[in-house]
Ligand binder design. Structure first.
Ligand code: CP
Length: 313
């Protein structure tokens, strides 16, 4: 079912820690699980008896729901704790929260947190596996894995592809994880966005910074737009959303500069009419909902692999 290599990672904290072989192994495993979601009975016993805690201290629709669906389709027991309903609201620290969850002996904690490094901190206080479901502006590894899987559904390989990522790079954990993933798999990553959204050291990650969105999109195999992360900006970094849409919004005219078979991607949630026009988001180039579908399969694979599925195969 999977490649012969054994997956050795107890935690999934970021793409930075994964090798290209790990990434391909996760995607191959995800592909083997994908058809389970199309069966009349969408359930296999693979993770029966395992306990999965979803600890989401920031809002989420796609990531939280798809991790829960993934765990349930593999027969794990899932439990959800959100920021609004947890005792963190009463002042309990993250470390105390982690110790109390550990005392209930889960097998894996899936964590989203507004602060970069929070899942790494949690890992020092619990024995179970941790999967980072997005930490601040740092990393969102499962998103990058489902993005690579979606591209590989349409392209033989990422090697040599030009991938344009447009928008709020500085505040985007998706951008950071995807730069790591796409460059590890051999793609050329071209970034575009307002200067205030571009970290000075981003080229050290191997991405190329373009002077205009037109330069980034010209000849691109993939165009990915990112949401402006208003919640992570203390002061406004752009004059207005209307002006941003004019200069950086992905529209049909801009897509004419890309390859004819360009894939249009967005991690969601989309601000329609800001970073992407609705006719582009819903057009023939768009694989945005395929990203969401693949998210369930990738998260099934991650749960299976961190819980030692390879070793028991
Ligand atoms: N792509 C993504 O992380 O979406 P959610 O915030 O809805 O989980």
């Amino acid at each position: 079912m999977t490649e012969p290599s054994i997956f050795i990672h107890k935690h999934i904290l970021g793409i930075k820690e994964l090798s290209p072989q790990d990434i391909h192994h996760i995607i191959t495993t995800a592909r083997s699980f994908r058809e389970i979601s199309n069966r009349p009975i969408k359930k296999v016993p693979t993770l029966r008896g395992k306990t999965v805690v979803n600890l989401f201290l920031e809002p989420s629709t796609r990531t939280r729901l798809s991790f829960e669906i993934a765990a349930k389709r593999m027969s794990a027991d899932t439990f959800n704790l959100s920021g609004s309903s947890s005792s963190t609201r009463k002042g309990e620290t993250l470390i105390d929260t982690a110790r109390n969850i550990q005392a209930m002996n889960p097998d894996v904690i899936i964590m989203r947190h507004g602060r970069s490094g929070a899942p790494h901190l949690l890992g020092r206080y619990v024995d179970c596996s941790i999967i980072n479901a997005g930490d601040g502006a740092h990393e969102h590894p499962s998103q990058a894995l489902l993005d690579a899987m979606t591209i590989l559904d349409h392209k033989q390989s990422l090697a040599g592809l030009k991938i344009a990522i447009v928008g709020d790079i500085a505040h985007s954990r998706v951008a950071h994880s995807n730069i790591f993933s796409f460059t590890k798999l051999g793609a050329q990553v071209c970034l575009a966005g307002p200067a205030t959204f571009m970290p000075a050291d981003i080229t050290s990650l191997g991405a190329h910074v373009c002077t205009s969105v037109g330069e980034a999109v010209t000849g691109a195999d993939v165009v990915m737009a990112l949401r402006i992360q208003i919640e992570r900006q203390h002061d406004p970094l752009i004059p207005s959303l209307r002006e941003y849409a004019v200069h950086y919004g992905i529209n049909r005219a801009l897509l004419k500069l890309a390859k004819p078979d360009v894939l249009v991607m967005h991690p969601g949630p989309i601000n329609r009419g800001v970073e992407m026009n609705p006719d582009v988001a819903d057009g023939p180039w768009s694989v945005i909902l395929d990203q969401v579908t693949n998210g369930v399969a990738v998260r099934m694979a991650l749960l299976y692999l961190v819980l030692g599925g390879d070793k028991s195969a």
